[in-house]
Design a binder for this molecule. Structure first.
Ligand SMILES: [Zn+2]
Ligand SMILES: [Zn+2]
Length: 159
């Protein structure tokens, strides 16, 4: 059973099977009219309904803005994996470690923005387990180079 209709894009008279026609919300004479409609006329709220009406790029940008810690955590995890480091840790483990250190750098004991420092560097075969990580400010981290500092509280955590 065929049904005739006007294309929602160009208005041309076209036909389709009735069962098909009923299932669809909009009707086009051709794929190119369909593509053109999607590009030019589709209401904003239908474009990316699954992301609350924003483009995937915008959704990602918002996620990054809302979760800066998780993003930098994931970046650091990827870096460690690329270096072939053994083990892994969660963001929660890292946050707990920072709290244990009063959110202060283990080296200068100042409450600065903390970065993950691998006690045994990844380049020296250190693991990415939380027991091999200590919170250190960027400043001290860059001064550390290849020296290995041991901290009693971290040794405690290992055993
Ligand atoms: Zn058309
Ligand atoms: Zn420091």
């Amino acid at each position: 059973m065929q049904i005739e209709f006007n294309c929602d894009m160009c208005g041309k008279l076209s036909s389709d099977r009735k069962s098909h026609y009923k299932r669809k919300k909009r009707h086009f004479c051709s794929m190119s009219c369909y593509a053109e409609f999607r590009k030019t006329k589709l209401p904003k709220n239908e474009q990316h309904a699954w992301k609350g009406g924003v483009t995937p790029y915008e959704a990602h940008r918002r996620y990054v803005k809302k979760n800066p810690k998780r993003i930098s955590h994931l970046k650091a995890r990827r870096y460690a994996r690329e270096k072939g480091a053994e083990g892994n840790h969660t963001l929660e483990e890292w946050q707990y470690l920072c709290i244990k250190h009063d959110n202060k750098c283990v080296f200068c004991r100042e409450a600065k923005k903390l970065t993950k420092d691998h006690i045994v560097p990844l380049s020296k075969g250190g693991s990415d387990y939380i027991t091999n990580i200590q919170p250190m400010c960027r400043n001290c981290n860059s001064k550390k180079h290849i020296h290995i500092y041991e901290y009693p509280e971290l040794l405690e955590a290992k055993s």
